[in-house]
Design a protein around this ligand. Structure first.
Ligand code: NAP
Length: 319
């Protein structure tokens, strides 16, 4: 079993930033990075809204730079998955991965959330070539195009409205005839002349060719009738699934499954912090995750300083 000061679970922008800050505080953090560095960012083909990079850069490039930056100060990366955690006895916390077991004085959880997929033919195939889960990231590439948005919640409407800055038309496809989104957003969408709605419809297939997406096959949820709807882009906003499975009931989650934190990014477990999309179900930006990762790391550093004596006593005590 490896004894560490700080273990960071997850290697998206929040985790990579927490690694940098805790490494600069001489804590030699270990990042359990998962199978792929960067999480969702690793599949983002171009990031144009991260400050300091006026020419944009790819997701993989940004996360590689962040990793290298933190490694320069002593962060260590393990490309492994967490199998289970045991927070029941307080600090030090037990974290079991498939290849190792760790005891950590403090833990920063930055394991993220995954956009929910439709699970239809063509979806995986055209990710980055017409299928997207992020209007802020990809909207710019759909200038002058006719696109569809799938979903009827706040995200679908907010992103749909945002996408009208670029697209010629945005058709929102919803599986019912009533939106889940708040009334104000609904009004803004109804008043936007670029937005139209297809009610009671689900996407059965995303159809494309060499150049990317060119249509969706829709099924009417009331009549069962199938139609082909031409489109050059499919933006899917049907919710996110926070990656909370590994924590079971050991950490407090809100009703949507996101870790509850306070302003200092503390969870209900003393010594366990959380940052990024595992605790933020609204903003989901690289820049916001970086800020949250910074705050969580600073809070963890302060917490470790305040508990130094107790932790040393625990370490000296017979197991
Ligand atoms: P959400 O509220 O869960 O809405 C998901 C939408 O996708 C629903 O309309 C749902 O349909 C639809 N859907 C789910 N699975 C589907 C499937 N397999 N096929 C087709 N449609 C499907 O998710 P969200 O919009 O991402 O919002 C998440 C949370 O963040 C919410 O609490 C929201 O209020 C909040 N948020 C707030 C703001 C804001 O205040 N500005 C902005 C964004 C998000 P049904 O309606 O039929 O279930």
């Amino acid at each position: 079993m490896k004894k560490e000061r700080v273990v960071i679970i997850g290697s998206g922008p929040a985790g990579l930033t927490a690694a940098l800050y805790t490494a600069r505080a001489q804590l030699a953090p270990v990042v359990i990075a998962g199978p792929q560095l960067g999480g969702q960012v690793a599949i983002t083909h171009e990031i144009e809204n991260y400050p300091g990079f006026p020419d944009g850069l790819t997701g993989p490039e940004l996360v590689e730079r962040m990793k290298e930056h933190s490694e320069n100060f002593g962060a260590k990366y393990e490309f492994d998955l967490v199998e289970s955690v045991d927070f029941s006895n307080g600090s030090p916390f037990r974290i079991k991965t498939y290849g190792e077991e760790y005891l950590a004085d403090a833990v920063i959880v930055t394991i993220g959330a995954d956009p929910r997929k439709l699970g239809v033919p063509g979806e995986e195939e055209y990710i980055g070539a017409g299928v997207s889960y992020c209007g802020t990231c990809d909207g710019f590439f759909f200038r002058g195009k006719d696109i569809v948005v799938v979903g009827g919640g706040d995200s679908a409407l907010e992103e749909g409205i945002f996408l009208t800055r670029f697209a010629t038309s945005v058709n929102i496809i919803h599986r019912r005839d009533e939106l889940r989104a708040g009334v104000q957003l609904q009004q803004r969408a109804f008043n936007n002349e670029k937005i139209s709605f297809t009610w009671n419809a689900v996407v059965e297939e995303i159809i494309g060719g060499d150049g990317g997406v060119n249509a969706v096959r829709l099924k009417d949820t009331v009549t069962g009738e199938e139609t082909i709807h031409p489109t050059e882009g499919v933006f899917i906003f049907i919710g996110h699934d926070p990656n909370n499975a590994v924590f079971g009931d050991q950490i407090a989650l809100n009703e949507n499954g996101y870790i509850i934190t306070d302003q200092r990014y503390r969870t209900n477990v003393d010594g366990v912090f959380a940052a990024g999309e595992i605790q933020d179900e609204i903003w989901r930006q690289v820049a916001t995750s970086v800020g949250q990762g910074t705050s969580a790391a600073m809070a963890a550093i302060q917490w470790l300083e305040a508990h130094e004596e107790t932790l040393q006593e625990l370490e000296a005590a017979p197991v």
